[in-house]
Design a protein around this ligand. Structure first.
Ligand SMILES: C[S@@+](CC[C@H](N)C(=O)[O-])C[C@H]1O[C@@H](n2cnc3c(N)ncnc32)[C@H](O)[C@@H]1O
Length: 265
């Protein structure tokens, strides 16, 4: 019997939830969890106890009610790179939606593009890179921590993304991206590393002419050194951007207008 493969996170094969599918259980805007559906399991939350066998055959997006406990409800959402970023298990610091959006746009990602990434970390960004270059492009992502590289590879495979993403365990700051098969091949390159400036010379070799380079750094010193290395290696139009996402808290208030005159003071 063939093993059951979850529908890919970026190209769903079915609208209906099947045994073994990954769903994002939405309790409320602050609480979502990734669950692999199993007919034999239950899902416990403050909204009650849910037998997962009743989820099978429902459409993604369905509201389902608890069988016992507080008898509330949850929604069963189809996984996507955006939702995965919100629920994934953190093995490292990760990129969130504001930075991911900017990175994907500035790297000028499009279907068919070849992208290089290091380090893979928790794979938060990698999912969005993969969706942007699908269905014919490829993400080559490199991580020097063997456990993280293995976990990421397993996760991408479970999410049906193995055709789009290759994970390799490699020290990119020491060895650079492999020039044997990547010289002049990459449309875009992204670094989330402690010393990105060490990789710039190699980046100039593996990128295509006019390829896009982006490095994510929390410290100004890393940024200055990377900028100097970029200029020294022939990169042009170097920019430094910071993204701040501000949520607006919308609520209704009543004002006491007693005492205001008819002119509307
Ligand atoms: C902050 S995490 C990356 C998070 C990732 N951008 C995400 O969104 O999930 C940085 C990763 O770089 C890896 N790393 C650090 N130095 C490295 C090197 N020299 N070569 C390859 N990977 C490295 C770390 O092990 C860590 O997993």
């Amino acid at each position: 019997m063939l093993p059951l493969i979850s529908p890919t996170l970026i190209e769903p094969s079915s609208n209906l939830i099947r045994d073994g599918d990954l769903v994002i259980v939405y309790e409320n805007v602050n609480t979502m969890k990734a669950v692999t559906v199993s007919a034999k399991s239950r899902y416990d939350s403050k909204f009650g106890t849910f037998q997962q066998k009743f989820w099978i055959g429902k459409e993604f997006g369905s509201k389902v009610c608890a069988q016992s406990g507080s008898r509330g409800y949850v929604y069963l959402l189809r996984p996507s790179p955006e939702l995965w970023t919100q629920v994934l298990l953190h093995r490292t610091q990760i990129l969130y939606v504001a930075d991911i959006s900017l990175v994907c746009l500035h790297l000028e990602l499009r279907p068919g593009a070849i992208v290089l990434e290091s380090g893979t970390g928790s794979g938060s960004l990698t999912h969005s890179l993969a969706r942007a270059i699908a269905p014919h492009g490829h993400v080559h992502t490199f991580e020097f921590h063997p456990g993280r590289a293995k976990e990421a590879e397993k996760e991408f495979s479970e999410h049906g993304l193995s055709e789009l993403i290759t994970v390799q365990q490699r020290n990119i700051e020491e060895l650079g991206f492999p020039t044997e098969y990547l010289t002049g091949k990459a449309d875009a390159l992204f670094l989330d590393l402690p010393s990105p400036y060490k990789v710039v010379e190699n980046a100039a070799i593996v990128l295509k002419p006019n390829g896009r380079f982006c490095s994510f750094s929390p410290c100004i010193e890393q940024i200055q050194r990377t900028r100097d290395a970029l200029v020294a290696n022939g990169f042009v139009d170097v920019e430094c951007l910071e993204v701040l996402m501000r949520m607006h808290d919308v609520h209704t208030e009543r004002f006491d207008l007693m005492g205001a005159d008819d002119e509307g003071d």
